[in-house]
Structures are given as structure tokens and as C-alpha cells.
Design a protein. Structure first.
Ligand SMILES: *[C@@H]1O[C@H](CO)[C@@H](O)[C@H](O)[C@H]1NC(C)=O
Ligand SMILES: *[C@@H]1O[C@H](CO)[C@@H](O)[C@H](O)[C@H]1NC(C)=O
Ligand SMILES: *[C@@H]1O[C@H](CO)[C@@H](O)[C@H](O)[C@H]1NC(C)=O
Ligand SMILES: *[C@@H]1O[C@H](CO)[C@@H](O)[C@H](O)[C@H]1NC(C)=O
Ligand SMILES: *[C@@H]1O[C@H](CO)[C@@H](O)[C@H](O)[C@H]1NC(C)=O
Ligand SMILES: *[C@@H]1O[C@H](CO)[C@@H](O)[C@H](O)[C@H]1NC(C)=O
Ligand SMILES: *[C@@H]1O[C@H](CO)[C@@H](O)[C@H](O)[C@H]1NC(C)=O
Ligand SMILES: *[C@@H]1O[C@H](CO)[C@@H](O)[C@H](O)[C@H]1NC(C)=O
Ligand SMILES: *[C@@H]1O[C@H](CO)[C@@H](O)[C@H](O)[C@H]1NC(C)=O
Ligand SMILES: *[C@@H]1O[C@H](CO)[C@@H](O)[C@H](O)[C@H]1NC(C)=O
Ligand SMILES: *[C@@H]1O[C@H](CO)[C@@H](O)[C@H](O)[C@H]1NC(C)=O
Length: 734
């Protein structure tokens, strides 16, 4: 209510103070802008003129939205107000924009040059006041290069780590005083781009790293074509953060005098500014709330806790709720101890924390896979934690873990290095490795025996078993003899899938040793294994902690057991035992396409191979969509899901997200949009609608990536901020 009242006061003031307007969007050497007049951008979106904040008589030159609830987005003479209404804006003889009063005193100037130039100042429809050199039409100065407190579409927050030049927003001192406040905000491009709000020189808020799509610590950002944000690197070292122009929708993010970012959008019908986003969004969002090595989670009481392996530095202060001191390490790492005396078995381990904003001060190794990060971190004693993001690669921390917060949903996964003894419940699998060979042989025999027994049993009587149901269809797990799958669409079909015993797989993969790790899929790690008969297999193990993975597991069993095609990976069997759920596939000697496509191994893929890979994927997809008994939409086609056998034949894998379509159905909707940024068709990402066409979109992206050897999501083009797709669409056919 009060806000509304203040707003209307504000408006009233404006109506009184801005009298006539000259019908122009520019100021030239021969025209001046007097107090009381305004110039309006050609589409009547923004106005430039004089204003006074409420309850003051100070006059400022500013730009505001030309809508009923005015809001100032730029102020020229913020620290030097005029005290009367004699101010005029003019173009000086040497081409500068000048703000002078009746006594010809200069209150503000664009301050560009001393060399005389013939210029025109023009207000654009995006709110940018530009000074144009009439001789060549070039922009020689722009208000977007000297912003006040508003971040608008097309405004570039620049940072050049080489020269130290930055474009910063500075808050107003108070809601009524546009003078320089204590808060600034901008891009910090060192290592990985992040957006910061600083209070003086101390950080106040941090967005988390930019991963090519989103700011990972801002949970309500989605994807490029929804949010329109981009980060572009230029040859001179400048990095800029920008939001695309939103057409007629008015949107702004203001850095308020209290240090908060407030994003609002203009609702044309209701004639109000809707608040759509605020940062910091809660107390946990404030930089370093819980000190170094602390974790802030609003759901906990108290909200601050130490990360695993750490304890409060000053217990007394901590208990009082003074968390600024943070935490220190409780148990020494293996690294820190005398390396001669330490037991090899007690190697440090990682403790996983999910849904976090990752700490500040990261080091980066780009374009690495998730499974490579752990080894790199483990081998380096100064590495305190790591995190992997597909758009960034591996991030490592060596100084301190500061500004970690946990969200209810979203965020990233952080792996914190802890001493072995901190993770007490972990089974020591290495002991088993050193058990004498004879016992290993016995286990193999037992494994073979069980396999043999289960094969015999399969022919035998039906035994009562557990029934697992899931979204697509139903799968019955019958005794230990096999899995019988029946889905709603194809009731008559019964497929049997060989069942492997846990023991057998454990032996085949050397107790799931990390050296046998092939990669991590959507719901768990994949290991290489060798069966007793010498056949190589790949074992995908559903992580026990993940409840969600079960659905994908059943989905994959249902979908893939119905399919047989040379360009689809084939399932050899599965394992469902106690808490363990595993899928067993044929082993692909050359692993996955993404391992070659985007790095120095590119040259392995000559044009013939690339052509065959594209053709093979096309055939596999055609089979899924048209030629198989069912119509299957894969929903997650991307290079890491294309496996390559020893002859470089591509095979589509990972059907955890696939959907089966009924006879004539050709489109469906989903509430839960799953998939990978950069490969999802826009109508799927935005509306959850998927069909054959969404797979074809992903296939298209894949083809472009195979041809160009560039990731769609981290494609930088020098003169624009386009993705690979955007860039390709600008190329002309010849
Ligand atoms: C400036 O505005 C005038 C009148 O509105 C218009 O005729 C003229 O073309 C504009 N000049 C430029 C350089 O845009
Ligand atoms: C914008 O300004 C012009 C000129 O002052 C005015 O005629 C027009 O109604 C304004 N538009 C809006 C949406 O307020
Ligand atoms: C204009 O720029 C010069 C240096 O480029 C600087 O010394 C001077 O203070 C500036 N003047 C104003 C009014 O900003
Ligand atoms: C500046 O340029 C405009 C248009 O190019 C021209 O009409 C005008 O005479 C020029 N003024 C001066 C002082 O050269
Ligand atoms: C900003 O810094 C000043 C001075 O260091 C401090 O008094 C003030 O509380 C800080 N504001 C916030 C919101 O942290
Ligand atoms: C700062 O002010 C804005 C409105 O001006 C408000 O929405 C926000 O909650 C305030 N933030 C804090 C931390 O008080
Ligand atoms: C503004 O908010 C109202 C109610 O919260 C909502 O109905 C409306 O769609 C929003 N308008 C815009 C443009 O977001
Ligand atoms: C909070 O604790 C730190 C030491 O951890 C101390 O230096 C500081 O004075 C304390 N602040 C308050 C307000 O007690
Ligand atoms: C480990 O032992 C070797 C020789 O036994 C010795 O030279 C070395 O200093 C020892 N390292 C540490 C860290 O004690
Ligand atoms: C260890 O990590 C730090 C920081 O992450 C890095 O500066 C250093 O070069 C690494 N050392 C080795 C041997 O890799
Ligand atoms: C951490 O890494 C940075 C950059 O790689 C390096 O400058 C710094 O010395 C390292 N600090 C420690 C404690 O290893």
C-alpha cells in the first residue's frame, strides 16, 4: 500500500515537472534540451530529461521508462545536482554532450575527446543514449558504457582481466539520492565468469560460475533461449555479460541502495512492474555468511554448519551465532601426514554435497569429463574439493571453501576431500583385492555356478517375485531366473532378459574398482568388466542413494530389451539383487563420441569416420522412430550417448529418458523436462512438448557438432554471442 502511494507520488511529481516535449529522439549542435522538455526514443519506449527525486528540489538529467510507473534507469550528473531549473543539455563545439546551468557552469559532460567533431546524441529504444560521429556514423560514447544502477537488455557488463577495465553498476546512495552508493555490481571474468555485488571492496553476493548456459548459483535461470543471457570473449581480452533484447517487453535489474538486485518486468495490462527476481534472495545468499568451510542451508537450524571434516574455528562464537570465523579441518588428510608411515588403504576420500552454490576462488581445467576430476584432485595435495560441470569441465579449490550454500533444488554437486576416517560407513573394498588368489578363484567358481544354476532355473517353474511398476510399463522380476517385462501398449509380448548375479559382476569388474570406471551416466557409474568366458562387458550400476534412478533403470530395461539394431547399444542382461540394480551392456572399445569430438583427439575422426557416424546415428534414430515395433523418442541424444565400437560404428545408448509412443500418437507433454541443455528443441525445453521432431532437433545439433568439432553450448564467435546453432543460421548457402 505504502509502495503504491509512494509510486503515485513519484508519478505525480513527474507529471508536474515534465511539461512539453520536443518530438525528437536526438540532440544536435543546433538544438538544445531545456529543463521541462524531454526527448523520446523513436518507439516511445524511453525518455531523456530532467527530474527530481521525490521530496527534493535537486534537478538531475536522467533516462526513464516512458510508462505510467516511471523508473529511472540512468542519471548523468548523479553527484552534482542542479539546484534550479535552468539546466540545458547541448552538444559542445568539440562534440561532447554537455549539461550546463544558466551561468554556463558545467555539471556533467560525456568527456570523450578534445579533438573537434560533428556529433549527434540520440536516445535509442533500448534505453541507450549514444553519441554518434556524424562523419562516419560510429558510436563514440554511450550511456550503456557508463551505467548507473540499472542492468538492461543489451547493456554489456564488461571485464577485461588484462587491463583491469570494468563496466560496473553503482547503486544510488539512498532511494532519493542518486549519488554513488556503497554497492557496485559487475562481471568478474577471471577463471570463470561470475557476477558479483560488492559492498565497497568486499563481496556481498555472488552468482556462481557461468557454465555457458546459466549462472550456476542462480537457481531460477534456465537456458539460453529462455533467459537470453550470454557471455562473450573478445580478442582484446574483454569478456562481456549481456542479456538479449526482449523486444517490447520492458525488463530491468536495478541494484538497490541496500545492495539487492531487483529484477522487474512491465505488465502492460495491469500497468505495474512485476518483481520477477531478487538477489541475494535470502540470508544464505549473502557472500560468505557461514565463513570459510561453512555451509549455509536455510532448512537447517542453525542455518550454518561446517562442511564434513571441519569443525568451528571458535566454538564459543559459533554457538552464539557469530559464524564469520568459519571452520577449520578436524582430521588431517592423508596428504598432510608423513607419507612414509601412512597406510595406502587410508587414501583420502570425497564427501559429496548436492544442490550447492560452489565456493568462490576456483581453478579450472576445461573440457574434462567428470570422472577425470576426482583423480586430478586426489593426486594434488593442495586440492580441497572439486566439482564438475559439463559446460565448464573440472573446477578445483585449493585456498578455502567460501560462500557455499545449499538450495532446496537445483545447484551443483561439490565433492569435498576428507580424511578416510571421516567417512566411517564406507566399506573398505581394497581389502578384498588383496585376498589370496585362491579365494578369487573360488568366487569365480561360485559365480559360474550361480549363472549355471540360474540358467537352469529359468526353464523351471514360475516363482513368486517382487513386482516393480513404473511409468511406461510394468516389469516383473521373477525369482532369480530372469526379468519379465510387460508394458501397457504391447501386453502380449514377454521378453526375457538374462539375470546376472552381483557376485559375478563384482568379480568381472574387480570389485568395481575405480581403474575400471568408464564414466558416469545419468544415474550412476559405468564400469568395464570381463566375464569369466573372456567377454568384455560394460556394467552400469545404479547408485544406491539415488531414488530417482530406479525409474530410469526400469525404463531402460523396458525400452532397450525390445530393440535390436546394429546402431543401438545392446543390453546383455541385468542384475537386481538386494539394494543393487545394474545393467549389463556389450563393451564398446572406443567409448563415447564426446571423448574425441571436442579436443585434441579430433584428428582421429577423419571425414569417412564422421560420415559413417552420422549415417549410423541416423539409421538408429530411424529405427527408433519408424522401423521398430514401437515408436520411441530418445529425448537425450548427445555425443556422450553415442558409443563407438572397435570399428567406429556408432551405437545410440542411454535410454533412461526414452518414451514409448502408442500407435498413432505423435506428440506428448511432460511436466518433467529432462535432457541436456544445448540439445533440447525449444518447444520441448520451454513447453515440455516432445515428439520425433525433438529428437531430430538434437540430431541436427549433433550433426553440426560432428562436422565442426565444436560444442554447441560453448561456441564463441568473435563478433557475436551466438551459439553454434545461431552462428550456423547466419551462414549463407552458396
Ligand atoms: C533528429 O530528430 C529529428 C526530428 O525528430 C529528425 O528529423 C532527424 O532525422 C533526427 N536526426 C537523427 C540524426 O536521427
Ligand atoms: C511516451 O511519451 C510520449 C511523448 O511524451 C507520449 O505521447 C506517450 O503516450 C508515452 N507513452 C507511454 C506508453 O506512456
Ligand atoms: C574527463 O576525463 C579526464 C581524463 O580522461 C579526467 O581527468 C577528467 O576528470 C574528466 N572530467 C570529467 C568532468 O569527468
Ligand atoms: C554537422 O553534420 C551535419 C550533417 O552531416 C551537417 O548538416 C552540419 O552542417 C554539420 N555541422 C558542422 C558544424 O559541421
Ligand atoms: C556494507 O559495508 C558497510 C561498511 O563496511 C557496513 O557497515 C554495512 O553493514 C554493509 N552492508 C551490508 C548490507 O552488508
Ligand atoms: C532491498 O530493497 C528492495 C526493494 O527496494 C527489497 O525488495 C529487498 O528485500 C531489500 N533487501 C534487503 C536485504 O533488505
Ligand atoms: C505480473 O504478476 C501477475 C500476478 O502476480 C501475473 O498475473 C502477471 O501475469 C504478471 N505479468 C507479467 C508480465 O509477468
Ligand atoms: C565474531 O567472531 C570473530 C572471531 O571468530 C571475532 O573476531 C568477532 O569480533 C566476532 N564478532 C562479534 C560481533 O562478536
Ligand atoms: C620417506 O622415507 C625416505 C627414505 O626412507 C626419506 O628420505 C623421506 O624423507 C621420507 N619422507 C618423509 C615425508 O618423511
Ligand atoms: C595443484 O593444484 C593447484 C591449484 O589447484 C595448482 O596450482 C597446482 O599446479 C597443482 N599441482 C599439480 C602438481 O598439479
Ligand atoms: C592455489 O592456486 C593458485 C592458482 O593456481 C596459486 O596461485 C596459489 O598459490 C595456490 N595456493 C595454495 C595454497 O596452493
Amino acid at each position: 500500500m505504502l509502495k503504491l502511494f509512494l509510486q503515485s507520488l513519484f508519478i505525480l511529481f513527474f507529471l508536474l515537472s515534465s511539461g512539453f516535449c520536443i518530438e525528437s529522439d536526438n540532440i544536435t549542435a543546433s538544438s538544445v534540451l531545456k529543463d521541462g522538455d524531454t526527448i523520446v526514443s523513436s518507439g516511445k519506449v524511453y525518455s531523456l530529461g530532467f527530474f527530481s527525486p521525490e521530496k527534493t528540489t535537486n534537478r538531475y538529467l536522467g533516462i526513464w521508462n516512458n510508462v505510467s510507473a516511471i523508473s529511472i534507469i540512468w542519471v548523468a550528473n548523479r553527484d552534482k545536482p542542479l539546484d534550479d531549473s535552468t539546466g540545458i543539455v547541448t552538444i559542445s563545439e568539440d562534440g561532447d554532450i554537455l549539461l550546463i546551468n544558466g551561468k554556463k557552469e558545467i555539471f556533467w559532460s560525456s568527456n570523450i575527446t578534445n579533438s573537434p567533431m560533428n556529433t549527434t546524441a540520440q536516445l535509442l529504444d533500448n534505453g541507450n543514449l549514444v553519441l554518434i560521429d556524424n562523419s562516419n556514423g560510429r558510436i563514440i560514447w554511450e550511456s550503456f558504457g557508463h551505467p548507473t544502477d540499472a542492468f538492461l537488455p543489451k547493456l554489456k557488463l564488461n571485464d577485461n582481466p588484462r587491463t583491469g577495465e570494468r563496466v560496473l553498476l553503482t547503486s544510488w546512495k539512498t532511494p532519493r539520492d542518486p549519488d554513488f552508493g556503497s554497492f557496485t555490481a559487475g562481471l568478474q571474468a577471471l577463471n570463470i565468469p561470475q557476477i558479483f555485488i560488492w559492498n565497497g571492496s568486499r563481496p556481498h553476493w555472488r552468482s556462481g560460475p557461468w557454465n555457458g548456459q546459466i549462472l550456476t548459483g542462480v537457481t531460477d535461470m534456465y537456458v539460453v533461449y529462455l533467459d537470453g543471457y550470454s557471455v562473450t570473449k573478445f580478442d582484446d581480452g574483454t569478456v562481456s555479460f549481456m542479456r538479449d533484447y526482449y523486444g517490447k517487453i520492458l525488463m530491468k535489474i536495478i541494484l538497490k541502495p541496500n545492495g539487492s538486485f531487483v529484477q522487474t518486468m512491465w505488465d502492460v495490462n495491469r500497468r505495474v512492474w512485476n518483481v520477477t527476481w531478487i538477489a541475494p534472495i535470502d540470508v544464505c545468499d549473502v557472500y560468505g555468511k557461514c565463513g570459510p568451510f561453512g555451509n549455509c542451508n536455510l532448512r537447517n537450524s542453525p542455518m550454518c554448519s561446517c562442511l564434513k571434516g571441519y569443525e568451528p574455528k571458535n566454538k564459543e562464537e559459533w554457538d552464539k551465532g557469530n559464524w564469520s570465523g568459519g571452520c577449520v579441518r578436524k582430521t588431517f588428510l592423508q596428504c598432510d601426514r608423513n607419507s612414509n608411515s601412512s597406510d595406502k588403504n587410508k587414501e583420502d576420500v570425497f564427501w559429496k554435497i548436492t544442490n550447492v552454490k560452489v565456493p568462490d576462488f576456483m581453478d579450472v581445467s576445461t573440457a574434462l569429463e567428470a570422472e577425470e576430476c576426482e583423480g586430478l584432485c586426489l593426486r594434488n595435495c593442495s586440492c580441497l574439493a572439486y566439482s564438475h560441470d559439463p559446460g565448464i569441465g573440472c573446477m578445483f579449490w585449493n585456498r578455502s571453501l567460501i560462500d557455499v550454500r545449499q538450495f532446496p533444488v537445483g545447484g551443483s554437486v561439490l565433492q569435498v576431500r576428507v580424511a578416510y576416517s571421516e567417512l566411517d560407513k564406507k566399506k573398505d573394498i581394497r581389502v578384498i583385492v588383496i585376498v589370496p588368489v585362491t579365494i578369487g578363484v573360488v568366487i569365480i567358481f561360485i559365480g559360474v555356478f550361480f549363472l549355471w544354476q540360474s540358467m537352469a532355473k529359468r526353464k523351471g517353474a514360475n516363482r513368486k517375485g517382487r513386482i516393480l511398476t513404473h511409468e511406461v510399463g510394468k516389469a516383473y522380476i521373477r525369482g532369480s531366473s530372469g526379468v519379465v517385462i510387460r508394458d501397457d501398449i504391447d501386453e502380449a509380448s514377454l521378453d526375457e532378459l538374462p539375470l546376472f548375479s552381483f557376485k559375478m559382476l563384482e568379480t568381472a569388474t574387480f570389485q568395481f574398482d575405480v581403474t575400471n570406471l568408464l564414466g558416469k551416466g545419468g544415474f550412476g557409474p559405468v564400469y568395464k568388466g570381463k566375464l569369466v568366458n573372456g567377454k568384455d562387458i560394460a556394467v552400469k550400476r545404479l547408485s544406491r542413494a539415488s531414488g530417482q534412478g530406479l525409474q530410469e533403470f526400469m525404463n531402460e530395461v523396458v525400452v532397450i530389451s525390445k530393440l535390436q539394431h546394429r546402431n543401438l547399444v545392446s543390453l546383455l542382461g541385468c542384475c537386481v539383487e538386494k539394494e543393487e540394480k545394474m545393467l549389463i551392456y556389450e563393451y564398446m572399445a572406443n567409448r563415447s563420441l564426446d571423448l574425441y569430438l571436442f579436443n585434441r583427439f579430433q584428428e582421429i575422426l577423419d571425414w569417412t569416420k564422421r560420415f559413417n557416424i552420422i549415417e549410423g546415428i541416423g539409421r538408429g534414430l530411424l529405427y527408433l522412430h519408424r522401423d521398430s515395433r514401437l515408436k520411441i523418442i530418445h529425448r537425450d541424444l548427445k555425443p556422450s550417448n553415442i558409443l563407438l565400437d572397435e570399428h567406429w560404428n556408432p551405437k545410440i545408448s542411454d535410454f533412461g529418458m526414452a518414451r514409448i509412443f502408442g500407435g498413432n500418437q505423435d506428440q506428448a507433454n511432460t511436466g518433467r523436462v529432462v535432457g541436456t541443455y544445448g540439445y533440447m528443441a525449444p518447444e520441448y525445453a520451454m513447453g515440455g512438448k516432445f515428439s520425433e521432431k525433438s529428437d531430430v532437433f538434437s540430431f541436427g545439433v549433433l550433426v553440426l557438432e560432428i562436422i565442426s568439432g565444436t560444442r554447441n553450448t560453448i561456441f564463441y564467435n568473435d563478433d557475436s554471442s551466438l551459439s553454434l546453432l545461431g552462428y550456423v543460421s547466419t551462414l549463407q548457402m552458396v
